[in-house]
Design a protein around this ligand. Structure first.
Ligand code: ADP
Ligand code: MG
Ligand code: MG
Ligand code: MG
Ligand code: MG
Ligand code: MG
Length: 681
C-alpha cells in the first residue's frame, strides 16, 4: 500500500467530483517526472522483497486459531524496536528492517531496511534477512501470537469466532459485509474509505464466487447454510439471495477477503527506462507460471475451494467497475472495461523490435484525452497507452487537505491512480526527490510458509531477470494467452496437471545457444569484446539485440505452444532450455565459489522439485492436511478444530520441528540461511 497520509478522506460522492482533477494533475506530475528521468541511465541493480504476515492468536483451551487484530500496537512496538536498533545490532550484510501496515488489521508487511545490491553475498543474505525479520516480529508479539507467512486464512469470514477480539459483522459500516466486521480492516482512514468507495462506485457489494471443492459428502447442490441469507441491516443484504451468491460456490462479499491475503513481491531497479520496459515485458508471461508454482491458498471462508490460489479473490474484492463498465447494463457509448483494477497486465510496453504489435491482442480501453496529451509531450505510443490505460480508473481515496499539490515536486495524484492499479507487474517511475531509479515490481507470487521457500523464489526470480537481460531472451506470447494462463494457474493442482502457453524459441535470432551480451554498463566493468570475464555481480545494463536483417516473421501462432509447468522449467526442444536452464547458464557466467553455488542450488532445487512435482505446492499440502484430518467429514468444511491443527502444524513446519518431506527438502531448517545466526535482536 502507498504512503499513509493522515487527513480527511472524501466520501465517494465528494471524491468523484475530483476524479478528473486528480487524473489531470496526476498526468502533469508524470510528465514532470518523465522530463526529469527519461534519459536517466546507469542505475545499478538494487532489489528488494516484500513479505506479508498474518498474526494469529492461539487459544489452546478452545482449540481455536484466530486472527489477532493488534496491528496498531504491534507496529508501534516494532517501530520502537527497530528504531532502537543500530546496524551494529543486526546480522552481517543487513540493515534494520522496516515493518509496514497492510489492509488487514491482523497483517504486517516487512521489507529489508535497504535494498539488496547485485552482489552474491547480498543474494545469499535474503533468507537470513527474512528470517531475521520474522524473528524480530515473533519476539515482540504476545506469547500466544505467531506471525505466519500464509496466503489466505481458512476461517476468515466464517460464522464462528475467527478474530481476537471478536466483533460482529452487523457493524460492517464500510463493507456492509455479511461476514467480515468493520474491525477486520486497518483503521487508518485510507482503508475503510477504499472499502466503502469501491462499494459505492460499483453500486453494490463486491461479489466473489469460488467454486467449492466437491468432496464425497459435500451436499449437492451446495447451498451455503452459513450465509445469513435473511439478514436485513444494510441495503445490500438481499444481494446474496438475489443472485450474487452462486450455488456450488464459496461466496465472499468484501474487500477484506482479497486484500486480507498475504503475498511475496519483488522490486528490481533497472539501468534505464528502456531496460525497465524490457524487463517488465519479459516477466509478464512468467507471472501466471509463478502463481501456479507458488499456489498456497486452497481454503476460504471455512471451505476447501476448487482453486489453489488467491488471484481471482483479490481481483473480485476490489472490482469497483459499474454495471455498465462490466457490460451488464447497456451504456450510451457501449464503453466496457474487461478487467478489475486488480488483475493481470494488459499491455506489453517495451520499446523494442521483439515486441510485435500483434502481441498486444487484448481489448484495452484507454483514456483518449490523456493518451493524446502524453503523445503531444513526445511520449511514444506504447508508453502513452500504458499510462492512459491505468488512468481509465477513478481515484478512490482523496484527502481534502491534499487536493491541491505542487505538480513539479509531488507525485501523489499520479500514485493515487498508479498504486490502485494492482497488476501482476508494476512499472514504477522514479519518485521525485529521491535517488531511486526506474523499477519493475513482480507481484503474482503467493507467500510461502517458510523463509527458505520465500528466499528461494526471490533468488530464482532475480536470477531469471538477469538471465533475461544477459542473454537477451524473448518470452513474448500474445497477451490474451497470458490471460488464459492466469485463469489456468489458479485451478486446483495447476502446477502439476495444468498446461500453459509458453514461447518455444526464447533465444535471440540466429542463436542456437545462450550467449551473454557484451556488457555495456557503467560502474565497475567496462565494455568487453567477445565473451565477458566472469562477474562477481548480478547486474543490469545489458544492451538489447538490434533486429538482424535475416529475421523473417512467421505466423505468431507458431511461436508458442502449450507446455506443462515441468517443461517450462526444465525445457522443451532445442530453443527453450527452460526457466531453470537459462538461470543455470546465467550462473555459469558468474564468478561464484563452491559454497555459494551449493546454496544457490538449494534454492533452485526447490523450484525444480516443485516444477517436476516431487515436492507439493503449499496449496496441495494444505488441502491434503485438511482432507486427512481425523475430524474432517469429507464435506469440504474446514472446521475450527482442523484450522487450529493446521496452523499449529504450519508453525511447527516453519520452526523445523515437524518434518514434511512431501513439502520441503529433508534438510530444511529455519536457520539454514547461508550467512545464518542473526545476532539476538
Ligand atoms: P510497494 O509497497 O510500493 O510495492 P515497498 O516500499 O513496500 O513498495 O517495497 C519496495 C521494495 O523495493 C523493498 O523491498 C525495497 O527494499 C525495494 N527497493 C527500495 N529501493 C529500491 C531501488 N532503488 N531499487 C529496487 N528496489 C528497491
Ligand atoms: Mg503489501
Ligand atoms: Mg509494500
Ligand atoms: Mg505497497
Ligand atoms: Mg509492493
Ligand atoms: Mg531461514
Amino acid at each position: 500500500m502507498g504512503l499513509l497520509y493522515l487527513g480527511t478522506p472524501l466520501t465517494w460522492d465528494e471524491a468523484k467530483q475530483y476524479a478528473d482533477h486528480v487524473r489531470e494533475h496526476g498526468i502533469t506530475q508524470f510528465l514532470y517526472t518523465w522530463d526529469r528521468v527519461k534519459d536517466r541511465w546507469g542505475d545499478e541493480l538494487l532489489w528488494g522483497d516484500e513479505v506479508e504476515y498474518m498474526v494469529v492468536t492461539f487459544d489452546d483451551k478452545e482449540k481455536n486459531a484466530k486472527l489477532s487484530l493488534r496491528q496498531t500496537e504491534i507496529l508501534a512496538k516494532l517501530s520502537q524496536v527497530v528504531g532502537d536498533l543500530t546496524d551494529d545490532d543486526t546480522p552481517a550484510l543487513m540493515t534494520v528492517p522496516t515493518f509496514h501496515p497492510e489492509y488487514g488489521r491482523y497483517m504486517l508487511e516487512s521489507t529489508p531496511g535497504s535494498p539488496y545490491t547485485g552482489s552474491i553475498p547480498d543474494l545469499l543474505s535474503v533468507e537470513t534477512n527474512m528470517h531475521y525479520r520474522r524473528t524480530l516480529a515473533k519476539r515482540h508479539l504476545k506469547e500466544n501470537e505467531i506471525p505466519f507467512t500464509f496466503t489466505s486464512f481458512p476461517r476468515l469470514g466464517t460464522n464462528g469466532i475467527f478474530t481476537e477480539p471478536h466483533f460482529s459483522s452487523d457493524d460492517a459500516k464500510s463493507s456492509h459485509s455479511l461476514f467480515l466486521p468493520e474491525e477486520i480492516t486497518n483503521p487508518h482512514a485510507r482503508f475503510p474509505t477504499l472499502t466503502a468507495n469501491i462499494r459505492s462506485r460499483r453500486g453494490s457489494k463486491v461479489a466473489i464466487n469460488l467454486p467449492i471443492f466437491i468432496d464425497e459428502k459435500t451436499p449437492r447442490p451446495f447451498v451455503d447454510p452459513t450465509i445469513p441469507w435473511q439478514r436485513s441491516i444494510y441495503q445490500e443484504d438481499p444481494e446474496a439471495k438475489n443472485g450474487a451468491a452462486l450455488i456450488d460456490h464459496i461466496y465472499m462479499d468484501a474487500m477484506g477477503f482479497g486484500m486480507g491475503c498475504c503475498c511475496l513481491q519483488l522490486t528490481f531497479q533497472s539501468c534505464n527506462v528502456d531496460e525497465a520496459r524490457r524487463m517488465y515485458d519479459a516477466l509478464i508471461p512468467v507471472g501466471p507460471i509463478m502463481l501456479a508454482l507458488t499456489a498456497a491458498s486452497p481454503a476460504w471462508r471455512g471451505y476447501l475451494a476448487d482453486v489453489d490460489s488467491r488471484w481471482n479473490v483479490i481481483a473480485g474484492s476490489v472490482d469497483d467497475r459499474t454495471p455498465e463498465e462490466r457490460g451488464l447494463r447497456p451504456s450510451k457509448d457501449n464503453y466496457t472495461i474487461p478487467k478489475s483494477r486488480y488483475d493481470s497486465v494488459d499491455l506489453y510496453i517495451a520499446n523494442n523490435w521483439t515486441n510485435k504489435p500483434e502481441y498486444n491482442d487484448a481489448h484495452v480501453p484507454y483514456n483518449k484525452g490523456i493518451f493524446q496529451r502524453l503523445r503531444n509531450h513526445g511520449i511514444d505510443e506504447m508508453l502513452a497507452k500504458h499510462v492512459a490505460h491505468l488512468f481509465i480508473r477513478d481515484p478512490l481515496v482523496i484527502f481534502s487537505e491534499t487536493i491541491n499539490q505542487d505538480d513539479t515536486t509531488s507525485n501523489d495524484h499520479f500514485e493515487n491512480i498508479q498504486s490502485t492499479n494492482w497488476q501482476t507487474l508494476r512499472f514504477k517511475p522514479p519518485p521525485p526527490n529521491s535517488p531511486i531509479g526506474w523499477r519493475v515490481e513482480f507481484r503474482s507470487m503467493e507467500v510461502q510458509m517458510t523463509d527458505f521457500e520465500n528466499a528461494a523464489f526471490a533468488v530464482f526470480i532475480v536470477l531469471l531477470s538477469r538471465a533475461i537481460l544477459a542473454f537477451n531472451l524473448n518470452f513474448y506470447i500474445p497477451i490474451s494467452k497470458v490471460d488464459q494462463n492466469m485463469a489456468r494457474a489458479q485451478k486446483r493442482d495447476a502446477a502439476r496437471s495444468g498446461k500453459f502457453y509458453f514461447r518455444k524459441d526464447v533465444l535471440p535470432p540466429g542463436h542456437d545457444t545462450l550467449t551473454i551480451s557484451p556488457l555495456s554498463c557503467s560502474g565497475s566493468s567496462s565494455p568487453v569484446e567477445g565473451a565477458p570475464a566472469k562477474e562477481k555481480l548480478l547486474r543490469n545494463c545489458f544492451p538489447s539485440v538490434p533486429r538482424p536483417s535475416f529475421v523473417e516473421d512467421g505466423p505468431i501462432e507458431d511461436e508458442y505452444e502449450e507446455m506443462t509447468v515441468e517443461e517450462i522449467f526444465v525445457g522443451k526442444g532445442s530453443k527453450f532450455p527452460g526457466l531453470l536452464g537459462v538461470v543455470e547458464a546465467y550462473i555459469d557466467t558468474l564468478d561464484v565459489d563452491e559454497g555459494d553455488r551449493s546454496q544457490i542450488n538449494k534454492y533452485l532445487d526447490l523450484v525444480r522439485r516443485r516444477a517436476i512435482g516431487s515436492l507439493q505446492t503449499p496449496a496441495t499440502w494444505i488441502r491434503n492436511f485438511v482432507r486427512s484430518h481425523p475430524s474432517y467429514n469429507r464435506d469440504s468444511v474446514v472446521s475450527q478444530e482442523i484450522n487450529y491443527d493446521l496452523m499449529v502444524a504450519v508453525d511447527e513446519i516453519e520452526r523445523g520441528v515437524r518434518r514434511v518431506p512431501e513439502l520441503l527438502p529433508e534438510d530444511y531448517a529455519p536457520t539454514n540461511g547461508y550467512h545464518s545466526k542473526p545476532n539476538s535482536p
